[in-house]
Design a protein around this ligand. Structure first.
Ligand SMILES: [Zn+2]
Length: 323
C-alpha cells in the first residue's frame, strides 16, 4: 500500500501543490472582483462580476455551503469568502505537514539532485534560525518574490522563537532538522539521538511538521547526529553552492560566492541564524534577480526530491518502487 501511495504521490504531489496554489490565487482574485461588485466600491459595471474568475468563486462558495443570499450583508459574505480562502491555505499547509521523503532518498546524503530533464531549478536554503530580525527580513524578501525556500532549524532557536517557525510554515516554506544545539563536537549515541529526536519533536509540536530531512551543522557527517538521522531514514541534505555568508565577506563577495557555484538541481546554502546576517539580507534580492535572469525557478528541498523522484520513475518505471 505504501509503495502504491508513494508512487502516486511522487508523480502528483508537486503538481497537486502547484495546482492548489493556482486555485488559491484564482479564488483570491475572484474574491476581489466579486466583493467589489457586491459592495459597489467602484463605478464599474455589474457585468465585470460575471467574469469566469468571479463565477468560480461563487461556485466555490456554494460548494462550501456559504450563503449566497443577496440580502445577506457584504460583511457576512466577505467573512464567508475569507473562510474559504483560509481553508484552502490550510489545505496547502497540511500538505507540507504530511509530506514524506520518497523511499529512494531515505538515509541518502546528497548535495544536489540530478534531473534528467535539466530543468533550471534550485533550492534556496537558510540555516541556523529562527533568528530575529533576519528570519523575518528574509521571509519578507521571499514573499515579495513569491519564492518558497527551505529553513534548517536549530532546536534551541525553535524553543526561543516558536512563532517564527510557525510563520515559515504558514508562508509555505519547508522546514527541516539542523540539530538541537548546533555543536560540532563528537556526540555519544544518546547525545546524538537527543540532537535529532528532540529537535524533530519540538518542530512537530510547534508547527505540526513531521520533518525527515536533516542537515548536519558544519557539514560534519561523522560526529554522531548524521548517523542517527540516517538510521532513522532521514534524507541528509548537504549543499552544492555556498555563499560563505557566515564569514560576512561583504555583500558583493557573498553574492559572487553563491552565484559562481549554482547549478541546476542544486541546494544553495545561506544563513538566517548564528549571528549578524544583515549582509545575507542585503544580498538576497540580488541573488534572486540574477538567478531569475539566468532562467532559474525556485523550489523547496522536498519539491526538488519529488521532481527527481517522479522523473526517475517516468524514466525507469518499477525500478525504484522497493518498499
Ligand atoms: Zn548550521
Amino acid at each position: 500500500m505504501k509503495n502504491q501511495r508513494l508512487f502516486l504521490k511522487g508523480n502528483q504531489s508537486l503538481w497537486r501543490r502547484m495546482s492548489l496554489s493556482v486555485l488559491v490565487l484564482t479564488v483570491g482574485a475572484g474574491a476581489v472582483i466579486w466583493l467589489v461588485s457586491h459592495v459597489n466600491l467602484l463605478n464599474c459595471s455589474q457585468k465585470s462580476a460575471t467574469s469566469s474568475l468571479s463565477s468560480q468563486s461563487v461556485l466555490l462558495l456554494n460548494n462550501n455551503h456559504v450563503s449566497d443570499d443577496k440580502s445577506a450583508s457584504a460583511v457576512t459574505q466577505a467573512d464567508g469568502l475569507s473562510k474559504v480562502i483560509a481553508s484552502l491555505e490550510q489545505q496547502a499547509q497540511d500538505q507540507i505537514r504530511r509530506w514524506e521523503v520518497p523511499a529512494e532518498f531515505e538515509g541518502k546524503t546528497l548535495s544536489e539532485v540530478k534531473l534528467p530533464g535539466k530543468e533550471k531549478v534550485i533550492a534556496l536554503t537558510f540555516d541556523d534560525g529562527p533568528n530575529p530580525p533576519y528570519t523575518q527580513q528574509i521571509l519578507s524578501i521571499l514573499k515579495k518574490n513569491n519564492i518558497k525556500a527551505t529553513f534548517f532549524l536549530v532546536g534551541e532557536n525553535v524553543k526561543d522563537y516558536p512563532l517564527l517557525a510557525r510563520q515559515e510554515v504558514a508562508e509555505g516554506h519547508a522546514i527541516a532538522n539542523h540539530t538541537w544545539s548546533h555543536s560540532y563536537r563528537h556526540f555519544s549515541l544518546d547525545g546524538a539521538t537527543h540532537e535529532i529526536d528532540d529537535t524533530a519533536a519540538l518542530i512537530d509540536q510547534t508547527t505540526g511538521v513531521k520533518t525527515s530531512i536533516f542537515r548536519p551543522p558544519g557539514g560534519f557527517l561523522h560526529n554522531g547526529p548524521a548517523d542517527v538521522a540516517k538510521s532513522e531514514k532521514y534524507f541528509i541534505a548537504m549543499w552544492s553552492a555556498d555563499a560563505n555568508d557566515w564569514k560576512r565577506p561583504g555583500v558583493p563577495t557573498l553574492v559572487n560566492n553563491l552565484l559562481r557555484e549554482v547549478s541546476p538541481g542544486g541546494m544553495a546554502l545561506m544563513h538566517d541564524g548564528g549571528g549578524d546576517r544583515s549582509q545575507t539580507v542585503k544580498a538576497l534580492p540580488q541573488i534572486i534577480s540574477t538567478l531569475r535572469n539566468r532562467g532559474y525557478k525556485f523550489l523547496t528541498v522536498p519539491e526538488l526530491l519529488e521532481m527527481q523522484d517522479s522523473e526517475l520513475k517516468r524514466a525507469m518505471p518499477g525500478v525504484l518502487s522497493k518498499k
